[in-house]
Design a protein around this ligand. Structure first.
Ligand SMILES: Cc1ncc(COP(=O)(O)O)c(C=O)c1O
Length: 429
């Protein structure tokens, strides 16, 4: 039996449960910092214009909490933002200018204006967005364009559709026109971006993606004379959600991309070019756990464990059938006698964290740990059935625990309602 280890001791976690009550997300500051450093150190050969090295723009959508962004700013990361809220979170944590990449789609004018006012690198998603940006916010000195290789992309996709089915980016026949038009309108500096896969564990996916973009840098230079200075190969580095999966070998990825860079960029006189990424999951995913307590154990046609968290705290299994490892605190090495489906209390059949999962025989009050919930978990939740999302806690490097987000309350849910009866109910509590 392979067991996933916790980033803290069972005793410490038990203390945190006693102090804060369940459910909660807990994030590990040390693990986040170490992962950020590992990622930034993986591409030492990158030297863009002005000696700019490799950097990761953390995808804020993965874990939109300013306390986490503070840590990542200290580690030298920028932010990848997709909305006004994410731009404002960046501003709130002193991440501005070209340390922000704004990759949006179907973008409202107000968001372009905000991105311009922060000096973010705007990543244009569609040919029609260039005149729209010009009209509403003016054109900046630097622009990036999102490329969708469509059928030219090879390989499998787990969460994303095949590229040609998605709404993102310029087709191959549109991207040359995009650069030419922007150059003719006075834009002077250019980037190129793509993001065509998610949670990829195959290192060759990243090598292929970089190669594809390096080829396009050459084609754009040759056919339009536009020099591209920055290539963003997106996020998508996967994490081993299943205990027997292997993490991506970053050294292999870096060495192989460097080789492609030498052949496709340097040898063709297209250097210097800065390489960047926008990973979220890789940085924080394994550094988070959802901690929840067993409320009921139910024998129906199947065996169910009912816990006090809801899928609004962690929807990935409900949405995609995604695997998140689950352990019972302090009972990790006990025999897994039966299959259990771990459920919440939503009136929604998908209200599950795991389906038919082998676990030790549970007891009411047991603490369950849902692993790898540091990315795309809290952030994806809503309030279906009036459920309130849990708190977020941060385990500091010195062992202190800080509540970095309060649990939601009925007041949060009712705050947007003007109904007099609702106000009376709230006031009468
Ligand atoms: C454009 C873009 N960039 C980056 C990310 C982050 O992906 P991940 O957290 O898997 O690295 C996403 C995720 O959906 C995305 O759509």
């Amino acid at each position: 039996m392979v067991v996933k280890t916790l980033f803290t001791s069972a005793e410490k976690l038990d203390e945190i449960v006693q102090e804060f009550g369940t459910p909660f997300h807990l994030y590990d500051e040390r693990g986040i910092r170490e992962t950020a450093r590992r990622l930034h150190a993986a591409f030492p050969w990158v030297k863009g214009p002005d000696g700019k090295g490799f950097m990761n723009y953390f995808a804020v959508k993965a874990l939109p909490n300013p306390h986490i962004l503070d840590i990542l700013r200290e580690e030298g990361m920028g932010t990848d933002c997709s909305s006004d809220t994410e731009l404002l979170l960046s501003k709130a944590t002193n991440i501005t200018g070209e340390r922000i990449m704004f990759t949006s789609n179907n973008t409202p004018a107000e968001e372009f204006k905000l991105a311009r006012s922060l000096g973010a690198i705007i990543n244009i998603d569609d040919l029609m967005h260039l005149p729209f940006l010009e009209e509403h916010a003016g054109l900046p000195d630097i622009l990036c364009f999102r490329y969708n290789p469509g059928p030219l992309a090879e390989g499998d996709n787990t969460i994303f559709d095949p590229p040609e089915e998605t709404k993102y980016g310029h087709r191959h026949d549109q991207i040359l026109e995009a650069y030419q038009t922007a150059r003719d309108k006075g834009v002077r500096r250019f980037g190129l971006h793509t993001m065509i896969g998610s949670n990829k564990l195959n290192p060759n996916y990243f090598v292929r993606t970089a190669g594809l973009l390096f080829d396009l840098v050459g084609e754009v230079a040759e056919k339009t004379g536009v020099p591209i200075e920055l290539v963003n190969i997106g996020g998508g580095i996967g994490i081993p959600y299943q205990p027997d999966q292997e993490a991506v070998d970053l050294d292999y990825v870096s060495r192989s991309i460097q080789q492609a860079y030498e052949e496709k960029i340097k040898a063709r006189g297209l250097a210097p070019l800065q390489l960047v990424m926008e990973n979220g999951r890789y940085v924080t995913g394994p550094q988070g756990i959802l901690v929840t307590q067993v409320r009921h154990i139910m024998q129906k046609y199947k065996d169910f464990i009912g816990v006090d968290a809801s899928i609004e705290d962690m929807k990935r299994h409900a949405l995609y059938g995604a695997y998140h490892h689950i352990t019972i605190l302090g009972r990790e090495s006990e025999p897994q006698e039966k299959l259990y489906t771990v459920v919440d209390s939503l009136c929604e059949n998908n209200g599950r964290f795991a389906t038919d999962r082998p676990l030790p025989t549970p007891t009411r009050g047991d603490i369950l740990v849902v692993h790898d919930t540091g990315a795309h978990c809290y952030a994806m939740g809503g309030n279906y059935n009036g459920k309130r999302r849990s708190s977020e806690l941060l385990l500091r490097e010195n062992g202190d625990v800080t509540q970095i987000r309060k649990p939601e309350t009925i007041d949060h849910l009712f705050a947007t309602l003007h109904h007099a009866g609702v106000r009376c109910v709230l006031d009468s509590r």
